[in-house]
Design a binder for this molecule. Structure first.
Ligand code: DQQ
Length: 573
């Protein structure tokens, strides 16, 4: 007799319930540097419109929400230094997701359950009751983790400045049974199910198997573990900051977490502690058996789709009811050395918040900077129908190239000259590293040289290169930091991803790059492949930074349209 689908899945997953007490790896720890604070921060590479606190270390975005007309962004924060440690929840509020007011910290160690840190978590707005934060508390120096809740001290304070951790029921969830307590963290926002329960996911792992546990509760206080994880994948290591949400099969509108129905798919995103990369799958949520099954078009594991192929980690999304959209944030982690982070007095920034939706073919997500960002645009420069021959570099003048927003569409008349694609090229970043932006190609490399010095000693190219495979064309998108700085002791990767666009009828590729002193955040093909690079030029800074459009392929490229703007600085406080 065939077993029902739920039972079969649960049997398969319970085969992997093996216990492991190993302490897992997470942020690099430098005890001697954790509490060193410089008298004043170095401003040179500080961002003008990507969120960062006034000083010190920042990592994961936490508990983003929209409540009573105000956006809240909490974040992992070291109030004493510029490396990870002493972790509390910083707090900032905004009316538009772009201009922020920094407030006093929302959560800091204040009881035995979070004595060693208030780690990541999420916010849920309970109908008629207001917001509740669920977060991970660390109880000892072996990083044993529990889940706690906090509520606003005064719900009528428009900014919800003060948060309290009620004594009763806290900690609401402890690692029990076979759960590895040192890999048990980052509760998600809760969703409501028809069976009368709230549900959340908590990230974790056993041995090398990454997983997300489900817990359910009727009253948000007493939580019960669902027997099996909602999903788990062998060899992916600990899953941090899981995110799980419905997406609509039609249109760009976002959905509240509790939305059900046939016109909905689900997204599960995991942040993989081992490599500090994230991936997501699109699939089906089987509510009745508490299981998630990725579609067979979604690779589930190391080769999976990524929101972003660059410095982008511990992301978290929330539903914004004021604009019916899902908004995604992430920590844009550092490329600078820890020694220089300490000297500068700051490290880490947040990505620009992005609207996220399901592509019309249903196989991947699309992201685009929230529309409010456009309010910072000024001094528009335009260009259209400009041909670029092989080896041509065209300088864009009239904007502040170190603080800019550029939208550009390229076209080409033929794919004949596309270079052959080698079937052994699996990792886009290896192809980018091997081929680069300077080596002549057929169709491409073409794109932007951002944060470039006058004589091109330094530049961060963001570009496309098109290859011909036996059955189709393969589009590579790169954001290559190799030549971004003359400084040696930096992380300068050739970040890259492939772009799923059919060029057979429409030979056009678009690119948008947000350039902000030490970050270049780029969106390829209208937001299908995205790459954020953190870079630290030494010459291409402030007014000495330039922007070029270039083509190093033998096929002529046309800039159909380009609009570039100087960006005003966002208001902070
Ligand atoms: N950062 C937090 C953890 C999370 C990790 C600690 C991800 O809760 O798993 O700062 O960057």
């Amino acid at each position: 007799m065939a077993l029902p689908i739920c039972v079969t899945i649960i049997l398969i997953s319970s085969l992997f319930l093996i216990s492991n007490d190993g302490v897992e790896a997470f942020h690099s720890i430098y005890p001697d540097l954790q509490s060193i604070s410089v008298p004043s921060v170095t401003k040179l590479h500080r961002t003008a419109y990507h969120f960062q606190p006034r000083r010190n270390w920042i990592n994961d975005p936490n508990g983003p929400m929209y409540y009573n007309g105000v956006y809240h962004l909490f974040y992992q924060y070291n109030p004493k230094g510029a490396v990870w440690g002493n972790i509390i929840w910083g707090h900032a509020v905004s009316k538009d997701l772009i201009n922020w007011k920094e407030l006093e910290p929302a959560l800091y160690p204040s009881n035995p359950f979070d004595k060693y840190g208030c780690w990541s978590g999420s916010a849920t707005i309970l109908p008629g009751k207001g917001p509740v934060i669920l977060y991970t508390g660390v109880i000892d120096n072996r990083s044993s983790e529990v889940q706690l809740y906090a509520v606003p001290e005064n719900k009528s304070d428009p900014f919800l400045r003060k948060w309290v951790k009620p004594k009763s029921f806290n900690p609401i969830i402890k690692a029990e049974g076979a759960i590895n307590a040192s890999a048990f963290r980052d509760p998600t926002t809760a969703w409501w199910s028809r069976d009368g329960h709230w549900r959340i996911l908590i990230g974790g792992g056993r041995k090398n198997r990454g997983m997300a546990y489900t817990y359910k509760s009727k009253d948000f206080l007493k939580w019960m573990k669902v027997k099996h994880p909602i999903h788990s994948v062998e060899s992916t290591g600990t899953w941090e900051c899981p995110d799980f949400y419905p997406v609509s099969l039609k249109g760009k509108n976002g959905l509240d977490l509790s939305t059900v129905g046939k016109s909905v798919k689900h997204v599960l995103k995991n942040s993989l502690d081992k490599t500090r990369y994230e991936y997501y799958t699109i699939g089906r949520y089987l509510r009745k058996c508490d299981k998630y099954i990725p579609d067979n078009t979604s690779e589930d594991g190391w080769g999976g789709l990524r929101y972003d192929y660059g410095n982008f980690y511990a992301s978290k999304s929330f539903f914004d009811p004021s604009k019916n959209r899902r908004v995604l944030w992430a920590w844009a982690n550092e490329s600078d050395s820890k020694e220089d982070d300490v000297k500068k007095g700051w490290a880490g920034i947040q990505s620009i918040p992005r609207t996220v939706w399901l592509d019309s073919h249903g196989r991947q997500l699309v992201q685009w900077p929230v529309e409010e960002l456009n309010s910072l645009r000024e001094k528009e420069v335009k260009l259209s129908n400009r041909k670029l021959k092989k080896g041509e570099y065209f300088k864009v003048t009239g904007i502040t190239a170190a603080q800019a927003d550029v939208e550009i569409t390229f076209s080409f008349s033929s794919l004949e000259k596309a270079e052959a694609f080698d079937s052994s090229w699996v990792k886009a970043e290896n192809v980018c590293e091997e081929k680069g932006s300077r080596n002549e190609g057929g169709v491409g490399p073409f794109g932007l040289l951002t944060l470039a010095s006058e004589k091109l000693e330094e530049f961060t190219p963001v570009f496309f290169r098109v290859f011909k495979a036996p059955k189709n064309h393969v589009i590579l998108m790169c954001s290559d930091a190799t030549s971004s700085s003359l400084k040696r002791e930096l992380y300068k990767p050739s970040f890259a991803g492939f772009l799923d666009i059919d060029l057979s009828h429409n030979r056009k590729l678009s690119l948008r790059s947000l350039i902000d002193h030490s970050v270049v955040e780029s969106f390829g093909g209208g937001g299908k492949t995205n790459i954020l690079s953190r870079v630290y030029p030494t010459l291409a800074v402030k007014k000495k930074a330039h922007l070029f459009v270039f083509n190093n392929g033998t096929e002529h490229i046309t800039v159909e349209n380009m609009k570039a703007w100087s960006m005003k600085s966002a208001r902070r406080n």
